[in-house]
Design a protein around this ligand. Sequence first.
Ligand code: GLA
Length: 349
Amino acid sequence: MGKEKFTLPSGRKVERVSIKGTKVTVKVLSLGATVEDIIYDSAEGSRHMILGYDDKSLYETNPYYFGACVARVGNRIGGARFTLNGKTYELEKNDGNNNLHSGKDCLCFRDWEISDLTDRSVTFMISSPDGDMGFPGEMTIRVKYTVTEDDALIIDYEGQSDADTIFNPTNHSYFNLGEDSDILSEMLKVDADCFTPGGKESIPDGTVSPVEGTPMDFRSFHKIGDRIDADFDELRYTGGYDHNYALTHDEVSEKYSLAGLRVFYAAELKDEKSGRSMKVYTSLPGMQVYTGNFLKGDVKDNTGKVVPHRGGVCLETQYFPNAINVPDFSQPIAKAGEITRSRTVYKFS
Ligand code: GLA
């Protein structure tokens, strides 16, 4: 464990905590509770497993959500509006007619406080007032990052509100395990028989479609780039993968489950050339696969190299996007007074 402080050109003070497993070092920032870096050490040297900005001031606005802890609610809410307990709440429209990643006041742009620090873990805490970003309830949110001896990054989210509210935090790290500047040759497997088409605005409406026979099928390993530009409407709307998968949850991970919180195998990413791989486990029902289709070569990564189009892939575990407006979807609701938890694990080898 290491802790350091630095000051951005704006005068903003940031704390950086490094936690270590055996081969993996994870660096997290108090700014946004952001995962700044995941470094994998091997005989061939050190390798950055995620994208981070070389210019640290970019974390203040985080244009691509690199490593972001997106909260209170990740992904889109259709019409930037929802109704809870008979009352309608309006959110910022920052993605056409819709709300994306809780808008410009996302907790991923704020300063979090370190509430606990051990050799292998750090917990960040933030208080979000009633009405913050448009969401009801005064809420205390904690995110704990732990790196295990066997090189898993465990992310535990916890939220408690004084009124019923919606809560769907996720991590927006862009993984790139290989030596190529983009992720097109990396192999992906997703434990999902179905995905939730979002149409032209990426807003799932309750439709759950089988992946079978489509370029969305990752039930067995496929190269990400093989079918990414296929003539398939859902891929055309989003310029590549940017879709929520309905996870099968047919394989419990005894190792990562907690009392009262079952965690399931969700996905696997591997780079065949280097042999590096990552498994994803989560307690959450969905996972957004986003292949960095909006990246356009205008930022540099942690090594100073330009990040190209599709330079990383995000595997954002979550309740389904727009779930709050689709009663059939599992609801991302945090009940007043209760502690709402979720866990996601990224295990490297
Ligand atoms: C999510 C969305 C994408 C995009 C990114 C942020 O993954 O689904 O459409 O907005 O966040 O760039």
